[in-house]
Design a protein around this ligand. Structure first.
Ligand code: BES
Ligand code: MN
Length: 461
């Protein structure tokens, strides 16, 4: 054998493929990244199948073995977010650069670095022990950052085979600091849409026609201003009906986070928090649903002035949902509120975009009402706990996360499998923003941990 590859060098190669899934101009980069992952997995002994979808293929790579051996599916995504505003990057987003113990580049943390952690761990482990009694299937998609449109039908197609695995294992979530690891036990769901309001059939001179019609910008502004109460709750009847009580162990776990609210406030750069009553900022992120405005447009945006009444105005909206809320139900409630509140002298359109179900998994030994779990899943949680404690000198925390990886709930729904999620990115990694980076110390210790986790899974203890 030629010896283990250098994970940081490999990660640089991976980042050099500009794999922006939402933008058709990056077709070559998408193919490059897919071929890179396929090649790497095949070089460490996996049988690689590139599964075609309507858009970006899924890499399915198998290491089989005896049906007695535990079987883990490792999930990751090779696509990345767009890079704009590109002028705010200190180094080029697709030219990885090492500075101060970090590797900068789009996708370094989300999700190429964390995925490389697990590929490197598997490679190392198999090099030491080619007969390792563990079946491993990598399942790596290229559409995560656009809502994984092809993933559910892929799962349906491969259900027979994949549902026989024991669990899914991945890193696409965060940690609060370099030395505090987290096992992510829940993800928020999503519901997205756009509201477009039309007043007149074309733009109008505000002198000739101003004062006789409702301005569409005003209609959008008044409508969206009605969607929250002054204390920060979502003002849509029924919005909170399905939200579950938070279990005491979860609140207790959060108290051990190690980040103060004041530190967090400064990190955000806000003068004060604006959280619904009864929830700390750290709780609100994880335990409450939200309704957010992601973009607003209408009228003249250029230099100087223009005396115009625009014909249209629009706003992009996203809701984060917590366990037991259903995206379709929340969509109905929000649409109904908008329909009722919209003035009758304008017309409007609701453009439905993708969504995702929230996910929660209860780790063993935590809850007073333990979930019904397969022994191998429970064992995997214990393997992560021991491995992380050995490598980081400190046990992981078990926390829900505010972000979303919608396919995790799809995997549960279609395959019946739970996911063990090891957080690896830091608040300062700038996910989805300029100057994204991955902390290389976390990377190295992540590989050490993952290697031990997989070895324990194989040993069944
Ligand atoms: N890795 C993130 C999810 C994430 C972000 C988890 C922050 C925990 C903390 C993932 O790639 C992502 O960005 N997901 C999107 C959803 C997707 C449907 C566009 C998200 O959460 O906005
Ligand atoms: Mn991600």
């Amino acid at each position: 054998m030629e010896g283990m590859f250098d994970p940081v060098e490999k990660l640089k190669e991976f980042i050099r493929h500009p794999s922006v899934s939402t933008d058709p101009r990056f077709k070559d980069g998408m193919r490059g990244a897919q071929e890179f992952v396929s090649g790497l997995l095949s070089s460490i002994g996996f049988a690689v199948e590139v599964v075609k979808t309507d858009l970006h293929p899924i890499v399915l790579a198998r290491r089989g073995g005896s049906p007695e051996w535990p079987h883990v599916i490792i999930y990751g995504h090779y696509d990345v977010q767009p890079v704009d505003p590109v002028n705010l990057w200190k180094s080029s987003p697709f030219e990885p650069e090492e500075r101060d113990g970090r590797l900068y580049g789009r996708g370094s943390a989300d999700n190429k670095g964390p995925l490389m952690v697990h590929i490197a761990a598997v490679a190392r482990l198999l090099e030491k022990d080619p007969g390792l009694p563990l079946r491993i299937t990598f399942m790596i998609e290229g559409e995560e950052e656009m809502g994984s449109p092809s993933f559910p039908s892929f799962l349906d197609r491969y259900r027979e085979e994949l549902s026989k695995a024991d669990l899914v294992y991945l890193s696409d979530t965060g940690i609060p600091s370099e030395d505090q690891m987290v096992v992510t036990c829940g993800l928020r769901g999503l519901m997205l849409f756009e509201l477009e309001v039309t007043a007149s059939k074309g733009d109008l001179h505000s002198g000739l026609h101003g004062g006789v019609l409702r301005n569409p910008i005003q209609a959008v502004a008044e409508l969206i201003a009605s969607l929250h109460t002054p204390d920060g709750r979502v003002n849509v009847p029924g919005f909170y009906d399905d939200v579950l009580e938070v279990e005491p162990w979860e609140r207790a776990e959060l108290k051990r986070l190690g980040t103060s609210e004041e530190q967090y406030r400064q990190f955000l750069g806000v003068p004060a928090f604006h959280t619904p009553p009864g929830y700390s900022p750290f709780e609100a992120i994880r335990f409450l649903p939200t309704l957010e405005f992601n973009g607003i447009s209408g009228g003249y945006q250029g230099e100087g002035t223009k005396t115009v009444i625009p014909s249209k105005a629009s706003v992009k909206v996203s809701c984060r949902l917590v366990p037991n809320q259903k995206p379709e139900r929340i969509r109905e409630l929000v649409y109904k509120a908008i329909e009722e509140r919209m003035p009758k002298d304008v017309s409007f359109r609701l453009i439905t975009q993708h969504g995702g179900i929230p996910y929660v998994v209860v780790p063993p030994d935590r809850s007073n009402t333990p979930a019904d779990q397969s022994p191998r899943l429970a064992q995997a949680f214990r393997a992560v706990d021991s491995a992380v404690t050995e490598v980081f000198g400190k046990a992981p925390l078990y926390l829900r996360e505010g972000g979303s990886v919608p396919i995790i709930a799809d995997i549960k729904r279609v395959l019946g499998l739970d996911s063990v999620m090891l957080g690896l990115f830091l608040p300062e990694d700038n996910l989805h923003a300029p100057n994204e980076s991955f902390n290389l110390r976390v990377m190295r210790r992540g590989i050490d941990s993952s290697e031990r986790i997989l070895a324990r899974l194989a040993r069944g203890k």
